[in-house]
Design a protein around this ligand. Sequence first.
Ligand SMILES: CCCCCCCCCCCCCCCC(=O)SCCNC(=O)CCNC(=O)[C@H](O)C(C)(C)COP(=O)(O)OP(=O)(O)OC[C@H]1O[C@@H](n2cnc3c(N)ncnc32)[C@H](O)[C@@H]1OP(=O)(O)O
Length: 189
Amino acid sequence: MADVEAMLAHWAERAGPHPDGAMLPPHHEQCLGCGPDNAHGHHLQVNRRGDGVAADHVFDDRHVGAPGVVHGGAVATVLDDLSGFLLYLVGTPAVTRQLTVDYLSPVLVGVTYRMEARVTSREDRKFFVAATLSDLDGCTVATSTAVFVTVGVEHFARHGAVSGGSPTPPVADDHRDSGREGAVGQQRG
Ligand SMILES: CCCCCCCCCCCCCCCC(=O)SCCNC(=O)CCNC(=O)[C@H](O)C(C)(C)COP(=O)(O)OP(=O)(O)OC[C@H]1O[C@@H](n2cnc3c(N)ncnc32)[C@H](O)[C@@H]1OP(=O)(O)O
């Protein structure tokens, strides 16, 4: 199992606070959405914008569904990952509990899109997020809403590995987080 102390240090390194306009650190180097070392990833570069987060993104041939059109799963990936950057503003690690995507128009390969996400409300451990994907003319082509649940770094120790190595396989009677995981980091409402 990965070392919780190392995870805490890893989180503390990235946690911020981050000033308005700052580029936010990737979730980790191999993250499918934003990890710079993931050869199959989207390499999102995300900035804080006021109380929200924003990124520009161009999908490429690796992300195609129908010819020339981006696969819906790839669209969901970047909306989920961008939403996951709000944890740097909330001040604690969090994971997606629910993601709902509305695909309004085909998203095209090779086109620059602007993405934005913000927290719409908070309730105890949950924060509710809305995100948009728009072209540079301001036409919104996809939107998402998500429920994130804050977790302690123990969540990642229990379910995975910090860097490299194989994730810890789930244990049959411990596939969910028992009780209410403690959050690390300060709440920054
Ligand atoms: C490496 C070390 C440092 C790490 C540094 C940071 C890394 C940070 C990585 C982040 C990366 C982000 C990247 C993109 C985001 C992913 O990709 S995250 C990955 C995908 N998501 C997951 O793997 C989550 C899997 N699910 C789980 O682990 C567990 O279900 C959870 C989320 C921890 C919750 O489990 P639980 O503690 O048993 O909670 P549960 O009672 O089921 O539900 C929690 C609450 O949500 C509510 N809820 C559930 N569903 C709904 C719903 N649809 N609507 C409203 N409320 C709902 C429940 O009612 C409950 O409310 P309360 O009773 O607490 O008021």
